[in-house]
Design a protein around this ligand. Structure first.
Ligand code: F6R
Length: 261
């Protein structure tokens, strides 16, 4: 795992977007795993701006989102399909046919999980999965105690996640209590993982996921099992990390980071 600390959230989002854009440039028919949430909005704004400037081409890219609320149709303003169209897909030259999310309205939940897994597999697997982390340590909607071997399925959300996300719903009680999510196992199958964590509020959970013990109580800690992970943080989110000097040392000296410093 490599840990890169940027001065602020905007710089962290810019670096995240650049890593994604450079990966897409290197392999134009790219399978990109995407996340939603407040943290990702500036990443998508940056990718849209880069696309507009002709710096990255999404015409051959396929995307697979981590999760979708159960019971929300695509046109619902709180669905993750709506979020993705609004923040990214409507602003870049991607073919919407190649953008995938679990179907929140699927009648058969077990079949929907299997369908989504098969679609990722048929595409050739994910080249890169973008991750945020929830206040309870979740990645995707893999709430505490989700198995590290889990696959895409319906998952009941925790009260902590409900409190984190119901602020976007009006009234808050209309937020669904369940979601489809890629499993931890699905995420770990991606060839690369890029995680973005910003804000002092996330400092405690960031330290647990990056430096704490492997535990399904913090599903974000599962990234420690993956051979190719970069975690990008701002100063606030990095404030409880103990190996800071080492992280900065690697970023300052490893040749692979030369163009990103
Ligand atoms: C959503 C997702 C979640 C979020 C997490 C953080 O697709 O994958 O794991 O990344 O809930 O959300 P924000 O960025 O709103 O704090």
């Amino acid at each position: 795992m490599e840990v890169i600390i940027q001065p602020d959230a905007a710089a962290a989002a810019r670096l995240t977007a650049r890593l994604i854009a450079d990966a897409v440039k290197a392999k134009p028919a790219f399978n990109l795993g995407l996340a939603t949430g407040a943290t990702m909005e500036s990443v998508y704004a940056e990718l849209a701006a880069m696309n507009k400037r002709g710096e990255v081409d999404f015409s051959r890219v396929s995307t697979f989102n981590l999760d979708e609320y159960i019971g929300l149709p695509p046109e619902d303003k709180n669905s993750y399909r709506y979020y993705m169209n609004f923040h990214l897909f409507d602003k870049i030259n991607i073919d919407k046919q190649n953008t995938h999310l679990p179907d929140g309205m699927a009648a058969d939940e077990v079949a929907e999980g299997a369908r989504y897994e098969a679609a990722i597999k048929q595409a050739g697997g994910l080249d890169l999965q973008l991750l945020g982390i929830g206040s309870d340590g979740h990645i995707g909607f893999n709430e505490p105690l989700s198995s590290f071997a889990s696959r895409t399925r319906a998952k009941p959300l925790t009260p902590a996640t409900y409190r984190q996300n119901s602020i976007y719903f009006d009234p808050p009680e209309t937020m669904p209590m369940r979601a489809f999510t890629m499993g931890v196992g699905t995420i770990l199958d991606a060839k690369r993982i890029v995680m973005l964590i910003t804000g002092a509020k996330k400092a405690g959970i960031a330290a647990k996921a990056i430096e704490g013990p492997l535990t399904s109580m913090v599903t974000g800690s599962a990234i420690q099992l993956h051979p190719s992970v970069v975690v990008i943080l701002d100063e606030g989110a990095a404030s409880q990390l103990t190996m800071r000097e080492y992280y900065d040392w690697v970023f300052a000296n490893e040749p692979k980071w030369k163009n990103y410093r």
